[in-house]
Design a protein around this ligand. Structure first.
Ligand SMILES: NC(=O)c1ccc[n+]([C@@H]2O[C@H](COP(=O)([O-])OP(=O)(O)OC[C@H]3O[C@@H](n4cnc5c(N)ncnc54)[C@H](O)[C@@H]3O)[C@@H](O)[C@H]2O)c1
Length: 338
């Protein structure tokens, strides 16, 4: 059996990836400190997979704890999700973001090297493209970050490139996610933001379920078809499959890769609101308000390289993303809090 270490394992994207990896025949060892997730995820994963998750609660910046994981489990590769991810918060707390996102990455990479494990999948983000000059965005587009969070992703990518240049044993897959949304088709796991959601779909979901009165749409005068911001929403289960494909690639072929994981389709805020209203059968009240500083008009991927290198492409459209999000939200109106 091939064993994969998942860091940030009980988080939104990792929990879906955990199921996809098991379904593909991998063994999984999960680690998380629950700084942004709930232990209840483990119960749901057990329910869905029919097996007890192999999991340890630890902070991945703790070198002794991470080293001990590699001592006790025969790990073949790491998928590194653990990070803080709120763009706005990163501007207010840059030290926390650099320490956790880069310190965690360094600690995991060092433990891997000490234990002769060199296959690494890194959660990067479309945020590394900053303000895109050209659409759709290809992997060779200019890079730039507009927040400390984005910087941690850019620097993480650079650290991995330097590591690969210094030690040829390393094989890394840098995956630049566009906008992950939706939930597992069972409705048992999904995104459970703490406090006010930073992203559009969880916010819309909370309006739909009655937790929030109305959505504020930031900017209706962009140069887009309906004036609202356009993004590349990708179903989290498709994203999870992208990780399976990336791991298979690392086990089958030498070298490192950097790929976009997106659908290639841009959807506007108002299209998302309309699709969500159709999925849940309720009106989504919204108001148009001025643009938010730092938001770009449009951002969507050129997904051709992932198709070519990994044989992977997203399968689910916006309607399915909204239906699955609604199933999760309506059956778990308070997320993982009972
Ligand atoms: N969700 C998105 O929109 C998005 C987009 C692009 C990239 N990403 C990246 O994907 C990864 C996963 O994102 P997500 O949306 O699932 O976020 P998430 O917050 O749901 O998951 C991250 C998990 O990491 C854990 N964690 C954080 N710091 C830790 C530490 N020091 N030790 C142990 N566990 C720690 C948290 O408790 C959480 O469970 C992150 O690296 C994020 O930056 C997310």
């Amino acid at each position: 059996m091939t064993t994969i270490l998942l860091t940030g394992a009980t988080g939104y994207i990792a929990s879906h990836t955990w199921l996809a990896l098991q379904a593909a025949g991998f063994d999984v060892v999960g680690v998380d400190d629950f700084s942004n997730s709930s232990p209840m995820v483990l119960e749901r994963l057990a329910q869905l997979s029919g097996r007890a998750p192999v999991f340890e609660r630890a902070n991945i910046c703790d070198a002794a704890a991470v080293g001990s994981l590699f001592e006790r489990h025969a790990i073949d590769a790491t998928v590194h999700f653990a990070a803080f991810k709120a763009v706005g918060e990163s501007t207010a707390k840059p030290i926390d973001y650099y320490a956790n996102n880069l310190g965690g990455l360094l600690t995991v990479a060092r433990a891997m090297r000490e234990h002769g494990v060199h296959r690494f999948v890194f959660s990067s983000s479309a945020t590394v493209y900053g303000e895109p000059e050209r659409l759709p965005i290809r992997e060779d587009a200019p890079l730039g970050a507009t927040s400390p969070y984005g910087q941690t992703k850019l620097m993480g990518e650079q650290m991995l490139r330097d590591l690969g240049a210094a030690e040829s044993a390393w094989q890394t897959a840098v995956l630049r996610y566009f906008n992950p949304v939706g939930a597992h088709e069972s409705g048992l796991i999904g995104e459970d933001p703490r406090g006010t959601p930073n992203n559009l779909m969880p916010y819309v979901a909370q309006v739909a379920v009655g937790r929030r009165a109305a959505l504020q749409v930031f900017g209706s005068d962009y140069a887009t078809p309906d004036g609202t911001g356009v993004r590349d929403y990708i179903h989290v289960s498709d994203l999870a499959e992208g990780h399976v494909a990336a791991l298979r690639h690392l086990f089958d072929q030498p070298g490192s890769i950097t790929v976009n994981l997106g659908t290639g389709q841009g959807c506007s805020v108002l299209e998302v609101v309309g699709a969500y209203a159709a999925a849940c059968g309720r009106d989504i009240p919204y108001e148009l308000v001025p643009r938010r500083p730092g938001d770009v008009a449009a951002c969507y991927a050129d997904p051709a390289l992932a198709r070519q290198l990994l044989g992977w492409q997203a399968r689910h459209g916006l309607a399915r993303m909204c239906e699955d999000s609604w199933r999760w939200q309506s059956t778990n109106p308070n997320g993982f809090q009972a």
